[in-house]
Write a protein that binds this ligand. Structure first.
Ligand SMILES: [Zn+2]
Length: 105
């Protein structure tokens, strides 16, 4: 059973930029194996959450965070990544969402 209704396009129709990434992939995030390898490396190098360490706490880092978010032009290289615990990552993401909504980008 088809999951999507067929899209009818006029004869001769072509996508404007067939080489462009689809909008949900329009960032510079590494995907697939390359992305998984990078995540594993960051978590191995930073077993403790950076934000918690700054506050004198000790929590295992379980998530890899982009220090400058990809959506703000941050790169997907090692220097822009840090290991965070789930609570810190959620808090940072919430801050970034709020800043995106109400502040300058
Ligand atoms: Zn933390």
């Amino acid at each position: 059973m088809p999951r999507q209704a067929p899209r009818f396009r006029p004869p001769g129709w072509k996508p404007k930029e067939p080489w462009a990434k689809p909008p949900h992939q329009a960032d510079n995030r590494k995907r697939g194996r390359a992305g998984q390898r990078d995540r594993a490396t960051v978590l191995r190098e930073e077993p403790l959450c950076r934000r918690c360490l700054e506050r004198g706490l000790t929590a295992a880092s379980v998530e890899v965070d982009h220090i400058v978010p990809l959506a703000r032009g941050g790169g997907d290289e090692r220097s822009n990544k840090q290991g965070l615990c789930k609570a810190c990552h959620d808090a940072k993401s919430a801050e970034e969402r709020a800043a995106g909504r109400y502040g300058p980008r």
